[in-house]
Every structure is written in structure tokens, then in C-alpha cells.
Ligand binder design. Structure first.
Ligand SMILES: C[S@@+](CC[C@H](N)C(=O)[O-])C[C@H]1O[C@@H](n2cnc3c(N)ncnc32)[C@H](O)[C@@H]1O
Length: 276
């Protein structure tokens, strides 16, 4: 690291004893970490992290820092949200310098709002360091622009969490209403409900041939991208063997990937940084 970069890091805010920084680690690629998050990693003596944070990012932290796994992965034993916030409070009250590191951005489907509310209620000073959310960084890694002039004037981020594969989809997302917006939809935590969500979007008026994609493990060496159409997505996804974490992207922006790959096929590899 050159001298200006070191000087910049040295001038960054100090993580004080008894304070908590809630930082986003980005979608996976360590290169997408912010300098504030890196600074927090280097200063923290307690790092409370999620499952989706790359071990190479955790490796940037102070080697003596206590690392506490607070991951929540479907089907696996996980720490309850109340236990996570209680842990943050206990560590801060003990005078520790606490970094709460989350995948993507802490405030985008990351329960960051709940955590800072508890900290504030307990009088614990905190700072939120944004991260690159999967819906932005993951799309870029898959060669899909979030907005494209002439294609969309808005982009919707939605969560599929809570959707049921039944006649009606539980939860608060009005998929048919989102379909009627006619704007691309980026759906987090949707993989288990791909069939139900697709059905609702079609019922809401989206055309069967609307471009659709699934991006698995975006920006990591495990990245895989499936490009399909809305109607064919459930079957193509089932046949693809793709898994989590993954995003579903629905809308005209998806076609850009194929156009770019036709022009420059090596982009498929170049978009993902594979460390030697
Ligand atoms: C609990 S949400 C957390 C989102 C995170 N706060 C963010 O801003 O990206 C987890 C979901 O984010 C999406 N996700 C996170 N990282 C991803 C990645 N590298 N590739 C694809 N999807 C990802 C998946 O939909 C996953 O189920």
C-alpha cells in the first residue's frame, strides 16, 4: 500500500472502545470492501460476522480480534436475531471495539435497522458503513446493468423471503403489483420460491418471454449465471443445479449480458476476480 493510501487509512475515524460499527462487506469479492470497513476490521477487537462474509475479508482483521460467527443460513443452526443484538450490547458494554460485519449492505435486507435500533435504545454509540449490496454488485459481476437507458427508469429490489409455494403467496410482497410497474425486479432470498414468484409475476401481466436470470454466488469464484425467460425460469433453474446464495433478476436489463458476451466472450471470466 503506498503512502497516500496508508495516510488515508490512518486519518479515518477511530473505532472507540464501547462503540459498534455496523459494516457491509459487499457481495463476496474482497475487492468490493470499502476503506471504512477495512479500517474497522483493522481496529476492532471483536468481529461479529455473518455467513456470507468471505474468509479472506475476515483475514484482513486484527489477528488478535475475537471472531464471533452470527450467521443465519437456511436449514443450519443459527444464532437468533435477539442473541446477535444481545451479543453486540454485551461486547460494547465490556468496552470492546466491535465490528458487526454483514454481507452486502447492512441496511438492505440485512436487519441492520433492527440492530442499530437496539444499540440506540441501549445508549451504545454506533456507526453504519454501507456496503455494496448484492443487487448492485452481483448484477455488475453478471454483466447486467441495474439501469439501462431506454430500457428502465426504475429498478425494484424485493425479497422472496416469506413467499409460499401455494395458491397465494404469503408475506407482504404484492408480486402482481410489482409486475404491473413494468420495471426490472431484483429478488433476494427467492430461490425456494422461484416457481410461485414466477407464476405471480406472469399473473401480474409480465410476458412469458420477459428475460430472467439467476445469479448464484455473484462476484465469487463460485459465480454461476443462468439466463432464461420468465416462463421457463422454474424448469431451467431446476435443471441448472444452481444453488444459494442467489438473486433472481427479471426484466429487459438481463439481455445486456448476452449482448456483451457475444461481443467479448472473455468477459465471462474477467467479471469475477479469482485470486491466484
Ligand atoms: C439476508 S440477504 C442479505 C442481503 C445483503 N444485506 C445485501 O445487501 O446484499 C441474503 C440474500 O442476498 C443475496 N445475496 C447475497 N450475496 C449474494 C451473492 N454473492 N450472490 C447472489 N446473491 C447474493 C441472496 O439472495 C441471499 O439469499
Amino acid at each position: 500500500m503506498n503512502q497516500p493510501a496508508q495516510a488515508l487509512l490512518a486519518q479515518m475515524p477511530q473505532l472507540q472502545p464501547g462503540h459498534v460499527w455496523l459494516a457491509g462487506a459487499g457481495p463476496g469479492d474482497p475487492g468490493l470492501l470499502t476503506l471504512h470497513a477495512l479500517s474497522g476490521l483493522q481496529q476492532a477487537d471483536a468481529i461479529v460476522h455473518d455467513a456470507l462474509v468471505d474468509p479472506r475479508i475476515l483475514g484482513l482483521g486484527n489477528p488478535d480480534a475475537e471472531r464471533i460467527f452470527a450467521g443465519k443460513r437456511g436449514g443450519k443452526p443459527s444464532m437468533e436475531q435477539a442473541d446477535i443484538t444481545a451479543t453486540l450490547v454485551v461486547l460494547a458494554r465490556a468496552g470492546r471495539r466491535v465490528l458487526r460485519l454483514k454481507g452486502g449492505d447492512p441496511y438492505v435486507f440485512g436487519r441492520g435497522g433492527e440492530e442499530v435500533l437496539v444499540l440506540a435504545e441501549q445508549g451504545i454509540p454506533f456507526r453504519v458503513i454501507p456496503g455494496i449490496t448484492a443487487g448492485i454488485g452481483g448484477l455488475a459481476a453478471a454483466l447486467i446493468p441495474a439501469t439501462l437507458r431506454g430500457v428502465n427508469q426504475a429498478v425494484v429490489f424485493a425479497t422472496g423471503h416469506g413467499a409460499e409455494d401455494g395458491e397465494h403467496i404469503a408475506g407482504s410482497v404484492d408480486w402482481q403489483g410489482l409486475a404491473r410497474l413494468g420495471q426490472p425486479i431484483v429478488i433476494y432470498m427467492a430461490i425456494t420460491h422461484v416457481a410461485a414468484i414466477t407464476r405471480e409475476l406472469l399473473a401480474g401481466g409480465l410476458a412469458a418471454n420477459t428475460p430472467a436470470a439467476v445469479i448464484q454466488s455473484a462476484s465469487t469464484p463460485k459465480q454461476r449465471v443462468l439466463v432464461s425467460t420468465l416462463a421457463a425460469l422454474p424448469a431451467d433453474f431446476a435443471a441448472s443445479g444452481l444453488g444459494t446464495p442467489a438473486l433472481i433478476v427479471v426484466g429487459g436489463i438481463v439481455t445486456m449480458r448476452e449482448r456483451l458476451l457475444q461481443l467479448l466472450p472473455e468477459l465471462a471470466e474477467a467479471a469475477v476476480w479469482r485470486a491466484p
